[in-house]
Design a protein around this ligand. Structure first.
Ligand SMILES: Nc1ncnc2c1ncn2[C@@H]1O[C@H](COP(=O)(O)OP(=O)(O)O)[C@@H](O)[C@H]1O
Ligand SMILES: [Mg+2]
Length: 228
């Protein structure tokens, strides 16, 4: 894949704090995982890229504008059925009722939730809600899916299920940009790791190399601390 995103000297300051500090990065792999300690700026970087935050400095360049969707650690469910939650995203994009219903049902089936389509979304388990959130994103067939710690609130079984769905979305051709606390998950999903520390992009390395021979001391320290 050729470069699909380039970031130049991106900064976000809050008061005197540089939350993102002069970040320069080019993404060309299809599956990218951002790793770094708590508070490093991972969520902030993803929110900047998705346009939820406005940078204080620098540029975000899209060689070709990509349709994108974002999934968060805690899914935001509307007070309605699972199916209507998936349809809602399609409605915002202007799809008609028949197409919405068809695409939403297909998408719920792909995440294995066709049987609970008519249940109130807010009464579903955390794992099921996250799968509804993935179905809502997937129904849009985004060219880029951004996920911020999508399994951090889930038990191991739900977490594996969500991971399986992310890999399927990737296999359908969608670019993935995500963060996770789970290093095993990072290894299983990523082609490239972007490592950030204290608001700075410290290294960007192919996944096998990152976990065997990281380029920087900061990444070595992080791996030592995170590996049991
Ligand atoms: N709106 C804000 N105002 C001030 N500080 C913030 C704001 N948002 C995030 N921060 C701080 O910026 C740092 C990076 O946050 P975040 O991107 O959430 O880190 P991560 O996702 O890597 O844990 C943290 O120290 C956090 O407390
Ligand atoms: Mg975060």
């Amino acid at each position: 894949m050729s470069a699909w995103l380039s970031i130049e000297n991106l900064g976000l300051t809050e008061g005197a704090t540089r939350i993102i500090d002069s970040a320069t990065l080019t993404l060309s792999a299809q599956r990218n995982v951002v790793l770094g300690p708590n508070g490093a700026g991972k969520s902030t970087l993803l929110r900047l890229i998705h346009g939820l935050l406005h940078p204080s400095a620098g540029q975000i360049r899209w060689p070709k504008l990509l349709s994108q969707a974002m999934v968060f650690q805690r899914p935001v469910m509307l007070r309605t059925t699972a199916l209507a939650n998936v349809e809602y995203g399609l409605k915002l994009k202007g799809h008609g009722a028949a197409e919405r219903a068809r695409r939403a049902s297909d998408s719920l089936a792909r995440v294995g939730l066709e049987l609970i389509a008519d249940r109130p979304a807010r009464l579903l388990s955390g794992g099921e809600q996250q799968r509804v959130a993935l179905a809502r994103a997937w129904a849009l067939e985004p060219e880029l899916l951004i996920l911020d710690e999508p399994t951090a609130s889930l038990d191991p079984a739900s977490s594996r299920e969500v991971e399986r769905i992310i890999n399927e979305i990737a296999a359908s051709g969608t670019r993935i940009l995500m963060t996770t606390h789970n290093l095993g998950q990072a290894k299983r999903i990523a082609e490239e790791i972007v490592f950030i520390d204290r608001g700075r992009i410290v290294e960007q390395t192919a996944v096998e190399q990152f976990f065997t021979l990281p380029q920087t001391e900061a990444a070595q320290r992080f791996l030592q601390e995170e590996t049991p």
